[in-house]
Ligand binder design. Structure first.
Ligand SMILES: [Ca+2]
Ligand SMILES: [Ca+2]
Length: 635
């Protein structure tokens, strides 16, 4: 980056930061000082983490802070408590050693809290509770921070507050690689969404071959195309090309950012042991289906779905007729991006498939060039008599930009890069929208920043770097204002709000890569904490992940399968106060409109695109066991 650009960037960031500082007074007030039992942090069981300093705080210092904190807590004791229930919100998977570790005490007060081992009830740390917040207008909760960042000894713990109205948290872990299992569980969940095959890998989640009749054309039901395969999109069994391509793309970026986290024989899927990393096998399952969805002229059919919802069934007992709907340019462009990405990453494992993907991506691009306008005009819409997800995209420029850069990265052909350079400034809406099935701006920008421009396009790179960082600064403002450290604004509790927050975490991770600014990294981690349980529901929003997780997702296979628990590793939509089941509000607080019930798909339905963004963010905070062993050995 040229130095004057750097200066401008710094100035702009300072302006933004000024705005941020106005919002952090409460945080400063909330900041706690730590001390431990007897003023000294002493290890109990377990091995200290290499590289972590054994932090000691003198008893004298603790005795200085304790009266001050007690004074403040007396001052505040007259404050009215929220009428919401009291609990401790904690990441129910846990916390990586060496990272900030905070939980929240909700709707009650205490002076001190303790970290207690679950195996022998040993108290390993005592620390003061932070000062309580005001009642939050989003959640109705009043939170005090419980900060145990300095505690790094591996084990399983719970938090207990001292004094009247004692509150105990659910159990959680502190250790290295604490999210590795969660990451693999989420990746594996796609296996249990495979369509057109018998699914069963020795676990209880299994079903017979389904949907072999995919599918007649909606516009011409007498003719059909063989499009079995792919992933069931969500709680039901419809399949959407654009959303599948987006999910596959996010998983390929997950692999791209840390390939060593992903190995063969990692997931227990039919392709385990074939020499290819299992995550790439799972993505290939989807890419093979997308290839079938491509028309001769390169265009991609938008979706395969039933005409309307007819009730809940096991996949292999679904009696509905499913149809292929019209092509769309948005789905074609997303396909081109995902196919180009797949071709690049699969080249070393499966040359023939990589070449097939490469040809298909170029063919899709050729169609897009022939059809420069959004097709159909205004984006796909369900024809009369068809209900359910339309996934229509009113603007396909962002998908085209994403495809152009990935095609350039695959082929090294400047024609693709030129398209990006000539068109990216047509994105007029800043801040860029969170990644979704209709917004690929962040993906296009990430791809461009990662591409080898051979020393060219300095000003374009600087422009996009600046946009990325300013956007991340704006996300930090939202972060400061949300007492749960969720990254979404009070008016963003709409369908899929969990994935919206994680999409902002994706953006923060890109900004962190550009700046090494830990504030970005820690705010992104806060979003993961929210999703994995440090939320107003005290519940991990990913099935089967954490000491208490969603039990009743709107997921027909899980509901109808008679399993002991739902398919693990699926992220549900989360709080939604825009569309209410039977128009009935769950809570007057926007951020609390969530319930763990099968009936309410507005808040409790998983989707492949939701889980994919969770996988990307979880991977950013994960390291494989083998890498960790190497690190431990070398220290
Ligand atoms: Ca494999
Ligand atoms: Ca779009």
């Amino acid at each position: 980056m040229a130095s004057h650009n750097k200066k401008n960037l710094t100035l702009n960031r300072l302006k933004h930061r000024l705005q941020v500082t106005k919002n952090i007074q409460r945080d400063i007030l909330n900041r706690t000082t730590f001390y431990t039992k007897n003023g000294v942090l002493t290890p109990s069981k377990g091995t200290p983490i290499a590289g972590e300093e054994n932090i000691t705080l003198s008893t004298a210092r603790a005795s200085v802070y304790l009266p001050i904190l007690l004074f403040f807590s007396i001052l505040l004791s007259g404050c009215t408590n929220s009428s919401e229930k009291k609990f401790i919100a904690v990441n129910l998977v846990g916390y990586e050693t060496g990272t900030p570790k905070q939980a929240f005490l909700a709707n009650t007060e205490a002076d001190l809290f303790q970290i207690v081992r679950t195996d022998n009830s040993e108290v390993v740390m005592t620390a003061p509770v932070g000062l309580p917040s005001k009642i939050d207008s989003v959640s109705g909760d009043r939170l005090s921070t419980l900060d145990f960042s300095i505690f790094n000894y591996p084990g399983e713990y719970k938090i207990v507050t001292l004094g009247p109205g004692k509150v105990t948290s659910l159990p959680f872990q502190i250790r290295e690689n604490v999210y590795s299992d969660a990451l693999q569980t989420m990746v594996k969940s796609y296996y249990y969404h495979r369509c057109g095959t018998a699914v069963g890998n020795g676990t209880e989640w299994r079903y017979d071959v389904c949907h072999l009749d995919d599918a007649p054309f909606f516009d011409d039901p007498e003719s059909a195309k063989f499009v079995t395969g792919g992933w069931h999109d969500a709680g039901d069994y419809n399949k959407f090309s654009g959303n599948t391509a987006l999910s596959a793309g996010l998983m390929l970026y997950t692999y791209e950012s840390k390939p060593d986290n992903f190995t063969d024989a990692q997931l227990g899927i039919p392709e385990s042991g074939n020499g290819t990393p299992d995550i790439l096998d799972e993505v290939s399952w989807a890419l093979e289906w997308l290839l079938k969805m491509q028309r001769e002229d390169g265009a991609v059919y938008h979706k395969v779905s039933q005409k309307k919802w007819i009730g809940e069934y096991l996949p292999n007992e679904d009696p509905s007729t499913r149809y292929i709907f019209d092509v769309s340019s948005a789905a074609t462009a997303s396909f081109a991006a995902a196919a180009a990405l797949g071709a690049r990453h699969l080249a070393e494992f499966d040359t023939a498939f990589s070449m097939e993907l490469s040809r298909a991506a170029k063919k899709a691009w050729a169609f897009l060039e022939m059809h420069p306008d959004n097709k159909p005009i205004g984006g796909f819409k369900n024809p009369d008599g068809v209900s359910g997800g339309g996934y229509g995209d009113p603007n396909d420029l962002d998908e085209r930009l994403w495809a152009s850069v990935e095609l350039y990265r695959l082929t090294d052909d400047d024609a693709y890069l030129n398209y990006f350079i000539q068109n990216y400034k047509k994105i007029s809406h800043y801040p860029i929208p969170p990644i979704s099935w209709r917004d690929a701006e962040s993906l296009a920008f990430r791809a461009f920043l990662a591409s080898d421009t051979k020393g060219r396009y300095h000003s374009d790179l600087a422009f996009i770097r600046e946009k990325t960082i300013l956007h991340a600064d704006a996300i930090l403002v939202v972060h400061k204002n949300n007492i749960y450290r969720n990254l979404i604004k009070p008016d963003q509790y709409y369908w899929g709000s969990n994935s919206v927050g994680l999409a902002y975490a994706f953006d923060l991770i890109q900004a962190y890569k550009l700046t090494n600014d830990l504030e970005f990294k820690h705010a992104a981690l806060d979003q993961l904490h929210y999703v994995l349980g440090r939320n107003p529901f005290n519940l991990s929003q990913v099935t089967g992940v954490g000491s208490a997780a969603v039990k009743k997702p709107y997921h027909q296979l899980s509901e109808m399968g008679g399993f002991s628990s739902p398919v693990p590793g699926m992220l549900v939509g989360g709080p939604n106060n825009r569309i209410l089941l039977n128009e009935k509000e769950i809570s007057p607080w926007p951020g609390k409109n969530y319930e763990d019930t099968f009936a309410n798909f507005f808040v409790n339905e998983p989707a492949i695109n939701f889980t994919a963004i969770a996988i990307y963010v979880t991977n950013a905070f994960s390291t494989t066991q083998s890498q960790s062993n190497e690190l431990t050995t070398s220290k």
